[in-house]
Design a protein around this ligand. Structure first.
Ligand code: AMO
Length: 437
């Protein structure tokens, strides 16, 4: 790997990579070679004959014909030289093998539209900045997984083909399934709750979720990676929020430790490990705060709209110096039937949304575990308990109190790296008009 060269002593090395730029001068040729780890300068002083005329020898001829993006393997003498701007090292070429030739006309450039870049995602991803995103994602996920394993969680792989909806019926993908219909899972919600009834105690899943959401916003995809956790024996959603915080602290600390310098260099962003506890504000209070700042969430909206989220985040940043805020106690009218409602107030739920840098990244809640209340809440939402058949059975044979959350992985990365769209941080984005590549 190119990044390992800097640690080697002067001597013969062999390295492979993509041709980034070629400066084919009369007396000397320079090539910048790149791989996923970095870039290095190759130099090839040209041979001249007795009359001082340049000789068309190797690797000079191969270099002269190189197109950007071609993949080569080179051997040469590594030399440390502080004067070389690119990393203070240079390789004086002895030989070059052209492994694969790239078509000279690259279909995308630095100023291409996001859509065009997505058409040519594999080329787009060759940029070190793009590459870093997915190494950060790996580190983040690994840190979460380490936390889960150390805290005795069980990993689930729940089915993505389902017989019924798992969230709102409105955003459901229906697929033909032999003689019948199936639906793509919108969330592992029912199965992670089933695991509580099965006695697993604490579970997690990182997997695909599907939403037939026709919107073209910067934060919606029709397929996304959902990070889910569910735990038993909780007293309230407060326990879920504490778990959520600890996971994010672990994830952000790992990213900062491993990639903090690169993120600052390539994205100009300082990764901040959030302090605990994250601020918590009941939704009704948050709306008042936002109103006092001059923005009124539409009256008929029980939810917080995107501008409201930005406003409350600005308030939290100013007041608490925090990038995260839990908005709690959402109205029952906009929450699913399975959210528990506090004793004596059926109008709200033991639930929260987690806002990071002004955008929702997560929804969590304590679940209703009492079958009679659950059935009643389902009916109230216009759901036929018959349709929920198997799900309701989880609650008929003894189930602990429990709760959990679902978090969009791409949203976390987008906001962590101050990107404007989840398309930038999704390996292969899926939206209403994108099924390829
Ligand atoms: P919810 O529907 O709020 O809750 O989804 C949880 C989180 O998933 C992400 N998300 C999306 N990301 C990209 N594109 C989408 N179309 C999309 N939809 C949702 C968001 C969101 O906050 N079962 C509950 C979670 C739970 O209570 O455990 C659920 O799915 O980051």
């Amino acid at each position: 790997m190119i990044k390992n060269l800097a640690a080697l002593e002067n001597g013969t090395v062999t390295v492979s990579g993509w041709v980034d730029t070629v400066r084919d001068q009369k007396k000397v040729q320079f090539v910048v070679l790149r791989d996923e780890s970095g870039a290095v300068q190759l130099v090839n002083p040209r041979t001249t004959d007795a009359d001082g005329v340049v000789v068309a020898d190797e690797p000079a001829s191969t270099i002269s014909a190189l197109s950007q993006g071609s993949f080569v393997t080179v051997t040469g003498e590594l030399k440390h030289d502080e004067r070389v701007k690119l990393g203070g090292i240079e390789i004086k070429l002895a030989s070059m093998e052209l492994v694969t030739v790239a078509i000279p006309e690259t279909p995308i450039a630095a100023d291409s539209s996001l859509d065009k870049r997505m058409d040519w995602r594999f080329l787009d991803l060759r940029q070190p900045k793009q590459n870093l995103i997915f190494r950060i994602q790996t580190t983040f996920e690994h840190a979460l997984r380490t936390y889960w394993v150390e805290h005795d969680f069980v990993e689930l792989h729940t089915p993505k083909l389902m017989a019924s909806a798992s969230e709102s019926r409105a955003e459901l993908f229906e697929v033909e399934y032999f003689e019948t219909k199936a639906y793509l899972a919108q969330s592992p919600q029912f199965f992670k709750q089933m695991a509580q009834s099965a006695g697993f105690g604490k579970v997690f899943e990182v997997g695909p979720a599907f939403r037939a959401d026709p919107s073209f916003t910067s934060r919606h995809a029709t397929e996304f990676t959902s990070v889910d956790a569910e735990i038993s024996w909780i007293d309230s959603h407060e326990d879920v929020m504490q778990l959520h915080e600890e996971l994010l602290v672990a994830g952000f600390a790992a990213v900062k430790a491993k990639h903090g310098d690169e993120v600052l260099a390539l994205f100009g962003v300082e990764v901040t490990v959030p302090s605990q506890p994250f601020p918590r504000i009941p939704l009704a209070e948050a709306k008042e705060i936002v109103k006092n700042r001059g923005y009124e969430v539409p009256r008929d909206d029980d939810d917080m709209d995107p501008e409201g989220e930005r406003q409350i985040a600005a308030y939290v940043a100013e007041t608490y110096g925090h990038e995260f805020v839990f908005l709690t106690d959402y109205a029952a009218s906009i929450r699913p039937f399975y959210h528990m409602r506090p004793e004596g107030d059926a109008s709200v739920t033991n639930s929260y949304d987690l806002i990071f840098n002004g955008t929702e990244i997560s929804t969590g809640a304590q679940r209703e575990h009492r079958i009679d209340v659950l059935v009643e809440q389902a009916r109230e939402k216009g759901l036929d308990p018959e349709e929920l058949g198997g799900y309701l059975d989880f609650f008929r044979y003894g189930v602990p109190t429990h709760g959990g959350f679902g978090m969009g992985l791409a949203r976390v990365l987008m906001l962590m790296l101050h990107q404007t769209s989840i398309r930038e941080v999704t390996f292969l984005f899926r939206g209403p008009s994108r099924l390829e590549p």
